[in-house]
Design a protein around this ligand. Structure first.
Ligand code: PLP
Length: 392
């Protein structure tokens, strides 16, 4: 008889967003005249920029005519998009060749799929709190997980610990949920650790476009030695509003080898087996993001989210609440007041101020005293929420 993957039985049930929705629905039924302010969502609220929409329309029209129609795309990505992404890196003085770039349908897909490159026995170190998919994907794969806590003492961006040995290392900077960023010095320490121990870093750069501080790396490949130990996973979801359109990219340097096996070549083999590429139309739309006009237009949307983050940060400052992030990231991770747990703070904010956020407990056991706010909501709701926080 077929035996299903037993690792699925080890997954924790995820009630977080279900419970939030239940509580919000109940509150709204009992208080139909109250306006709720949504600061919990991880999805963007602004549409795709004009340059992308124009290119999407052009690509749809091309598919309507025999002369310009495109069938299967190359599995690893269309050359025009791989080149555009390579140039994007070069614009920041990082030498990434087009054949080191793999176009994907998004970072989530890649974070799961990329595990095919590693033996089942490899352990995964996850800096927590973390984007929940890291833990769940590794549980599904039956891997040993090393839960590596971060906290206020290290600004939620820890250094490696030489005493702890791990094969795969997840680093997310700017971080979801904490909004923390890793400095060059901290990333250099992780790169040194990975090269010394033969580990591979999976660097999640989904929020790189939110970085404003010149000294904070946008890419792990700004660090010497990273091409020998790191894979970068990126996405246009938050950068350019592609959450529903879907496009991401993964960089695997040609220098990255372990046990005499080349991970770039292995990924080519994987992609040519397991996918027939990303839609031509979407890749064409995505290519517009990397044009000067596209870059200008996506920055206009990013500036709205950055302004929201600033307004929220000022509100927390004014009531003396400790928080991390909000500066180079769309997330603010706030310490709950009066020793409240994250669910108690959720109930207080909903019932007393009609503000919805996300309890920290959803991102790791060690952060039940924290609460995540996002800057992806509308400007109006964020400004109103900030006023209510100031009067808390
Ligand atoms: N990585 C992090 C840290 C995220 O927060 C998210 C989405 O919220 C993703 C990856 C997934 O991005 P995508 O929409 O490209 O799958």
């Amino acid at each position: 008889m077929l035996k299903p993957n037993p690792n699925y039985a080890s997954l924790n049930e995820s009630y977080l967003f279900y419970n939030i929705a239940q509580k919000v629905r109940e509150y709204q039924i009992n208080n139909p005249d109250k306006k709720l302010l949504h600061l919990g969502i991880g999805d963007v609220s602004l549409p795709l920029c004009k340059a992308v929409i124009t290119e999407l329309h052009n690509a749809v029209n091309e598919q309507a005519s025999k002369d310009t129609f495109h069938g299967y795309m190359p599995e690893c990505g269309a050359p025009f998009l791989r080149e555009a992404i390579s140039d994007y890196y070069k614009g920041r003085n990082i030498e990434i060749e087009p054949d080191e770039v793999f176009v994907s349908s998004g970072a989530s897909d890649e974070l799961g799929d990329i595990q095919d490159l590693f033996d089942k026995s490899s352990s995964a170190l996850i800096i927590e709190p973390a984007y929940p998919a890291y833990v769940d994907a590794n549980i599904m794969a039956g891997r040993k997980i090393i839960h590596f806590p971060s906290g206020e003492n290290d600004g939620f961006a820890p250094y490696p610990d030489e005493k702890i040995k791990a094969d795969i290392i997840y680093i997310c900077s700017p971080n979801n949920p904490t909004g923390a960023v890793f400095t060059k010095e901290k990333l250099a320490a992780w790169v040194e650790y990975a090269n010394k121990n033969g580990s591979v870093i999976l660097f999640d750069a989904a929020y790189e476009a939110f970085i404003e501080n010149e000294d904070i790396p946008h890419s792990i490949f700004e660090i010497d030695g990273a091409k020998e130990c790191a894979i970068e996973i990126c996405s246009l979801s938050k950068t350019a509003g592609f959450t529903g359109t879907r496009l991401g990219y993964t960089v695997i340097p040609k220098n990255l080898e372990r046990n005499k096996m080349n991970l770039n070549s292995m990924w080519i083999r994987n992609r040519t087996t397991k996918t027939n590429g990303v839609s031509y139309i979407i890749q064409k739309g995505a290519s517009a993001v990397f044009t000067p006009e596209g870059q200008k237009q996506i920055r206009e949307n990013l500036n709205v989210y950055k302004k929201n983050a600033k307004i929220l940060a000022e509100a927390f400052d004014s009531v003396g609440l400790w928080y991390c992030g909000g500066k180079n990231a769309p997330y603010l991770f706030v310490k709950c007041p009066e020793n409240k747990t994250s669910w108690e703070f959720f109930d207080y904010l909903l019932n007393e101020h009609q503000i919805i956020g996300t309890p920290g407990i959803g991102f790791g056991q060690n952060v039940d005293a924290y609460f995540r706010f996002t800057s992806f909501g509308s400007e109006e709701e964020t400004a109103l929420a900030a006023e209510r926080i100031k009067n808390m």
